[in-house]
Write a protein that binds this ligand. Structure first.
Ligand SMILES: [Zn+2]
Length: 238
């Protein structure tokens, strides 16, 4: 998800936040900075956890992260682009068929289901000549440590690079590396919406769809995928 930089998670008064490896974990790490004072006797424990989290994130190089940056995804003028089509996902004239294939494919990527030390992946669903495709998932984003967890959030892509050109993005998608995990408040914020739809899923492959209705007076709608249908589970009230 793309959040304003410097955003501190809500109810974060006791949490510690830092960013590192901002351009992908393979490019070396910046030492963490504390933004809130550590609490008394537990500070050693906290630092040990932070050090461990940093080591996990920085040492777990993998092909997708090492080779992917600049090939499957990358940055352009402060935004993230993703390449498509991703061969793991069979194209379809029915966008729901594309959506249903996403979670199992994404969960095969490094640390996609690693829970507290996991990695989110963000990508796009787009159409070319009436057929829907999915892009590769991008891990580009930032790491937030919310003791005792790290969260590797990804940025929603702004561009799709498809050699055929003329890709129209209909949705962004992203994974959460734990479950159960419905959409977060930030996933629902209207200012973070860029496309017609937002798709999100967790490690249990519970798939959610948000139709934000940006710029319209009616409230956004949240659906869950159940038995190959979308069930309305809530509205986002202004
Ligand atoms: Zn999310």
């Amino acid at each position: 998800m793309r959040y304003a930089s410097g955003t501190v998670p809500h109810d974060s008064a006791q949490r510690i936040r830092f960013n590192f490896c901002p351009a992908g974990v393979e490019r070396g790490c910046v030492r963490p900075t504390r933004t809130t004072p550590a609490c008394g006797g537990s500070s050693m424990k906290r630092w040990a956890a932070m050090l461990f989290a940093t080591m996990v994130a920085c040492s777990s190089g993998d092909w997708h992260t090492r080779k992917g940056d600049g090939t499957f995804y990358g940055r352009r003028a402060g935004d993230v682009w993703v390449r498509g089509p991703w061969e793991e996902i069979r194209p379809s004239r029915d966008v729901d068929e594309v959506i249903e294939q996403l979670c199992p494919a994404i969960m095969k990527l490094p640390r996609a289901s690693a829970g507290a030390y996991g990695q989110e992946y963000c990508g796009a669903i787009y159409s070319v000549d009436g057929v829907y495709y999915a892009s590769y998932g991008s891990p580009l984003g930032k790491t937030i440590l919310m003791y005792p967890e790290t969260r590797k959030q990804c940025y929603s892509p702004r561009f799709v690079v498809d050699d055929r050109g003329r890709a129209s993005i209909i949705a962004d998608y992203h994974s959460h590396p734990w479950q159960p995990s419905p959409m977060s408040d930030r996933d629902l914020w209207s200012h973070s919406q860029r496309w017609l739809l937002r798709i999100q899923f967790d490690t249990g492959c519970r798939v959610m769809k948000l139709i934000p209705h940006v710029g319209e007076s009616r409230p956004g709608e949240v659906f869950a995928r159940e038995e190959r249908r979308w069930r309305l589970i809530g509205h986002i009230l202004p």
